[in-house]
Design a protein around this ligand. Structure first.
Ligand code: HEM
Ligand code: HEM
Length: 180
């Protein structure tokens, strides 16, 4: 069980996985610390960081998704049962979907407020809705709600990883770790 030549995730897969986790931790912290947003709020300070890091996350996950889809399948799975395997795979695809759709809602909300979105003020990005857009306004509420949906999915995902590692005692977690 503790062999070093287990099939493991490739370096790019690990890079994408752990950079995404790191950016999400930073992004949630900023999301909760930034001031409440009202009609006259300006996108400065923490809010400006939230827009840039959020945009970076979407672009990174889009790149990750295109890299992963079809060309780079994961290493062979450690079968627990066909049902649990299917739940794990479904969770992974749902995580990808959420990681793309949910930031885009925040982006559409920013655009509906007339806030320009860019990567750290260096690379301007297009608006996703027109200023004053009702849809963009509504998607802001969905964005707040989905912040919790993503957390719930991630909690399920982490529970799965820890279950493999500490209860089943297989190599599922080990093959995603950076020191392997
Ligand atoms: C995966 C990336 C993201 C995460 C984890 C995230 C997380 C959050 C969180 C936790 C909040 C606070 C919710 C609350 O107060 O209850 C929030 C609000 C907000 N986020 Fe994000 N966000 C992400 C991406 C983005 C992006 C890309 C944008 C825009 C470019 C954005 C724009 C906003 C805006 C405008 C609000 C305030 C919504 C409102 O109060 O109406 N977010 N986000
Ligand atoms: C923000 C948090 C996280 C997100 C969004 C996330 C997302 C993902 C995604 C999408 C995959 C599928 C990779 C692929 O095959 O393409 C994956 C795999 C994996 N993640 Fe995470 N992850 C997160 C946190 C964690 C944490 C904290 C752990 C460890 C406790 C972890 C352990 C794993 C493991 C072991 C795999 C491989 C599972 C398998 O292929 O059976 N993840 N993760």
């Amino acid at each position: 069980m503790h062999t070093t030549n287990i099939p493991k995730y490739s370096a790019p897969a690990k890079f994408f996985h752990w950079v995404t986790v790191l950016l999400l931790v930073i992004q949630y912290t900023i999301g909760w610390l930034m001031p409440d947003i009202g009609r006259d709020t300006q996108p400065v300070g923490l809010i400006s960081w939230h827009l840039s890091i959020g945009a970076l996350i979407v672009l990174l996950v889009l790149a990750r998704f295109m890299w992963r889809w079809k060309q780079h399948p994961p290493p062979a799975q450690q079968m627990l049962s066909p049902l649990l395997n299917r739940i794990a795979r479904a969770t992974h695809w749902l995580l990808y979907l959420l990681l793309i759709a949910f930031p885009l809602m925040g982006w559409a909300n920013a655009s509906s407020r007339g806030w320009p979105v860019s990567l750290f003020g260096v690379l301007p990005l297009p608006a996703l809705s027109s200023k004053g857009s009702q849809l963009g306004h509504a998607l802001g509420d969905v964005h707040q709600l989905f912040a919790w949906v993503l957390i719930a999915m991630v909690a399920l995902h982490i529970a799965g990883a820890l279950y493999h590692h500490f209860i089943v005692k297989d190599d599922t977690l080990r093959r995603m770790l950076l020191n392997r």
